[in-house]
Write a protein that binds this ligand. Structure first.
Ligand SMILES: CC(C)(COP(=O)(O)OP(=O)(O)OC[C@H]1O[C@@H](n2cnc3c(N)ncnc32)[C@H](O)[C@@H]1OP(=O)(O)O)[C@@H](O)C(=O)NCCC(=O)NCCS
Length: 158
């Protein structure tokens, strides 16, 4: 069972530099170079329409989710990661639910994302929360790595 607290990261957050440093190290460890935001993490966070939620557990980052709302109609999940030792405890699901909640609060009715089809835990998690596969985009990440484009739609009246 996930413990701790989900917080939104802002440039004005206490310990901003330390937290970003921790997430950059996670990026390097978890994602291959061409998928990693480690070199542009701070820039991504500075973008007007981006947001980042992280799970703080015992003064440590258990996981984080980055999302972006470039228009009033659609948004995207740009990154989701949980530290290995905290996996299968519900942190990923809680983070994704929280990010979906943030997007819904902006009256957005479609969230999309890209995921490598071989990332079974992530694909299962997205499906569990209602995302559907839209298409397979060949060579999205690199010459031999494709991506599923997935989306979740809401009825904006609900
Ligand atoms: C994907 C990821 C974020 C899941 O985080 P997590 O905290 O372990 O996930 P949860 O414990 O919240 O699990 C929620 C659901 O995800 C799916 N899932 C998680 N781990 C799984 C696994 N090892 N195998 C199959 N399904 C899995 C299941 O549907 C699970 O629901 P269930 O518990 O009812 O079966 C984590 O595995 C991760 O960081 N992976 C590497 C990075 C990545 O692939 N990111 C996504 C692409 S950007």
């Amino acid at each position: 069972m996930a413990e701790g607290v989900i917080l939104e990261l802002h440039r004005s957050s206490p310990n901003y530099a330390k937290l970003v440093d921790e997430m950059v190290r996670m990026e390097r460890k978890i994602f291959p170079k061409n998928e990693s935001l480690s070199r542009t993490f701070d820039q991504e966070l500075g973008k007007n329409n981006s947001g980042l939620l992280y799970y703080g557990v015992n003064d440590e980052v258990a996981g984080y989710v980055m999302y972006s709302c470039p228009s009033s109609l659609s948004s995207s999940i740009t990154k989701l990661a949980v530290k290995e030792k905290y996996r299968r405890l519900g942190y990923g699901e809680a983070l994704l639910r929280a990010a979906i909640g943030k997007c819904r609060a902006r009256s957005i009715h479609r969230i999309s994302l890209h995921v490598d089809p071989s990332r079974t835990p992530a694909v299962n998690l997205y499906r569990k929360l209602g995302f559907r596969i839209d298409s397979l985009i060949e060579r999205y990440y690199s010459s031999n790595r494709d991506a599923y484009r997935m989306y979740l739609e809401f009825d904006i009246d609900k």
